[in-house]
Design a protein around this ligand. Sequence first.
Ligand SMILES: [Zn+2]
Length: 205
Amino acid sequence: MTLPTPKFDTGDNVFWATTTSDKKMVPCPDCNDTKKWLATSPNGTECECECPRCCDSYYNRRNDLTIYSYAPDVQSFIVGAVRIDTSGIYEDAVTYMNSPSGSGIVYGESRCFTTPEEALFCATLLAAERTENTPRCKASAEHVRKFAPYKFTDAKIEEAEKARRGMGVRISMLVDEFRDTLEFATDLSSLKDDLGRVIERWEES
Ligand SMILES: [Zn+2]
């Protein structure tokens, strides 16, 4: 049996193509992105308050304006250990670790490069592919397309708000995210990182 020849050796500096989850908000149609509303109380007092649509409040509608995607990312590391595994368990027969003991993150060779430019090119393609194939990204783009044009007081916004308040909705979204993350996991260590980020985002939301 001929074993594959690793492209890199221990001590080599390697650039690894990966992605990070990203989110971008489209302009807020209620405050024109000023984040402020002028409010007048029944007794005529005027005050400035935060836009309830896009600022950080319990009733905010930021999901209507937020598109989730993946952004390219490049990480560099020094090869500490090289592993060849022909069992087919891993996507890459050759993987690298940054510690000599072989612990820590496992870097698949197909995403390892000599220059940051090559890694960025690969990461850009990977980010586009993950964005395209992740149901949550597609769903957010579709949701924003539908709801972003509505103003705060529109009936549809109110209707959507009621649905969002239910914990059941939040949990089903979390399950969807876990499913997406599992579906696109390439190896165990990045899966751990990705699941950690999902939980972090859920706790923040
Ligand atoms: Zn706003």
